[in-house]
Design a protein around this ligand. Sequence first.
Ligand SMILES: [Zn+2]
Length: 189
Amino acid sequence: MASKKELRQLAIEREQQRRNQQRAEACPISHVDFEAMVDHVSDYLVDHGHSHDFAVTAAFLKDHRLPVESTLSFLTERRIKDDWDVLVSGDAHGFFGSSSDRLVRMPLEESELNDLLDWVDAEIQRSGCDHTHRLTRTWLTEHGHPTTRSLGALMALGGFCDCEVAMNIETDGIYPRNNSESGRDGNPN
Ligand SMILES: [Zn+2]
């Protein structure tokens, strides 16, 4: 028989699954469409900047024959108020749950990201940050990674320039740890 503690843990996990499912069901578009939407908005904003509205998000929905009004309502009800918020706070993982290999949106593998962070950190020590993504961009391009997509993902994690990439990005919150602690909520009660 399962102990009281195990039963309680199981109940917590079921409740989390139920909440994830409820949030996913409340979303007017599918998980796949949602991810494609965020990727598109992210790519566009990294390359073209943004105005404080939903122009890019709405255009994507319209182009893909997805419901515009209800999707924008879904977003605004969750405090996502414009395209910029979609890039910074619109990660599909937050609405549909984490995947087997990611807790948040990140095109780079863990070892790649570690190499990037180490290199950018070292370069900043030598020459400082000019508060652009000059160094991050250089590394991504030289190593053949999707530059725009990766920059958007780094921005969503607080990396708005090279020094912030080095300072704010932690691999722990990005890649799931496949040991027993990943399933625990860490709550002592
Ligand atoms: Zn900086």
